[in-house]
Design a protein around this ligand. Structure first.
Ligand SMILES: NC(=O)c1ccc[n+]([C@@H]2O[C@H](COP(=O)([O-])OP(=O)(O)OC[C@H]3O[C@@H](n4cnc5c(N)ncnc54)[C@H](O)[C@@H]3O)[C@@H](O)[C@H]2O)c1
Length: 360
């Protein structure tokens, strides 16, 4: 059975993510954003007026209760992803959810089970894997290859990049964690995608929150000053060794803050037995981010393929989600990939808390 068009969407959240969802859905022919929810009343009214949205709500419950929505798009603090998705799926709506899927593996499993039971799409916004450099590397692995990949070094590091020292981002209850649950889903997703979806079998992780607790490392300098009385219950750095079912391993490091060089960079190094690939993205750079290391005629060479990253990955994943909903073929889109990512992050937190390796 295919879903009738136009598709009717309700977006929950008015921040960066919610606005991106709203604009992305509104830009797709045959898709209408008919409802919007969020706490900031002036912003709600402004976005409602700009986009001609008839149904505006302060609480997500009212939006999810609307009988004639096809899709609920979730762009709220992490703690609400689970409750909103469960309610939306139970009432027969498809769900597009921001990362992370959930706060814990148990919550994520319940969401994925609900998507299967109600036969609805549950997709997570893994927009980083849509970057042209990550897609280039995936194609290079398929078409040329680097031999068996035995180890990956993957990181996202910031010098001063705590997203809100006084907001929900640094509350354990609201966010579920800090840098790892915020930036980790993107890096882990890109790596597992590049490796062809191996399963992570064990993790050994540590977390640290010294800088955030001391009020350092805020992205916004004023928050840094205000943060002595602020809330910082999470980690600003996580480091983990992940073991994979094919014998390979991933050294994984995510940090919001650190007294170190560079403002911000994302790095993924794939080490294969025949060659290596590195994607290195300083400050969200959109070109010259890929290197390939291999021997040619007995000589070490470094290739720098021309790959331009045009941006616009978030609208792209939303367009793909709409295509899946329209296709009626939802069997592979109940959130199972996203669930494994949350299981891994959850295991990292457990490993760090218990000071031991955790098996999945
Ligand atoms: N994929 C990405 O690249 C990306 C980028 C930024 C944020 N995110 C994710 O998006 C989510 C939101 O992040 P953000 O930066 O936009 O946050 P934000 O704090 O700017 O916005 C959160 C929104 O949720 C709304 N909200 C809170 N409680 C609500 C309730 N009970 N009912 C209705 N609305 C409610 C708030 O009013 C606000 O508009 C997070 O999960 C974050 O991890 C993803």
């Amino acid at each position: 059975m295919t879903t009738p068009t136009p598709l009717r969407v309700g977006v929950v959240g008015l921040g960066y993510a919610g606005t991106t969802h709203l604009e992305s859905f509104a830009g797709i022919p045959g898709v209408e954003v008919v409802a919007l929810a969020g706490k900031e009343a002036p912003r709600l009214a402004e976005l409602g007026a700009t986009h001609g949205i008839p149904s505006l709500h302060a609480d997500w419950e009212e939006l999810v209760d609307l009988p004639d929505l096809d899709i609920v798009s979730i762009a709220t603090p992490n703690v609400l992803h689970g409750p909103i998705a469960l309610a939306a799926l139970a009432s027969g709506k498809h769900v597009f959810c921001e990362k992370p899927l959930a706060l814990t593996a148990a919550e994520a499993r319940a969401m994925v089970a609900a998507a299967h039971e109600n036969d609805r799409v549950l997709e997570v916004a893994f927009n980083h894997r849509r970057r042209a450099d990550v897609q280039f590397a995936r194609r290079y692995l398929d078409e040329t290859g680097i031999g068996r990949i035995y180890h990956v070094r993957a990181s996202w590091k910031r010098r001063s990049g705590i997203p809100g020292l006084t907001s929900w981002f640094t509350s354990k209850t609201m966010a579920g964690g800090g840098a790892l649950i915020d930036l980790g889903p993107h890096v882990l997703d890109s790596v597992l995608f590049l490796l062809g979806e191996p399963r992570v079998t064990a993790v050994s992780a540590v977390t640290h929150g010294e800088l955030g607790r001391a009020g350092y490392g805020a992205m916004n300098r004023q928050e840094q000053m205000a943060s002595e009385s602020g809330l910082f219950e999470v980690e600003d750095l996580a480091s983990a060794l992940l073991r994979l079912d094919d014998g390979a391993s991933i050294a994984f490091e995510i940090s919001w803050a650190g007294h170190t060089v560079d403002d911000e960079d994302i790095s993924i190094e794939l080490l294969g037995v025949d060659a290596g690939i590195r994607i290195f993205v300083p400050r969200y750079r959109g070109e010259d981010t890929v290197r390939i290391y291999r021997d040619v005629d007995g000589e070490e060479v470094t290739l720098a393929p021309e790959v331009i990253v045009p941006g616009g990955e978030h609208p792209l994943v939303i367009a793909e989600f709409v295509d899946v909903v329209r296709s009626g073929d939802w069997a592979a889109h109940h959130g199972d990939f996203a669930l494994h990512r949350t299981e891994v992050l959850d295991a990292c937190y457990r490993s760090a808390a218990e000071g031991r390796e955790v098996t999945l």
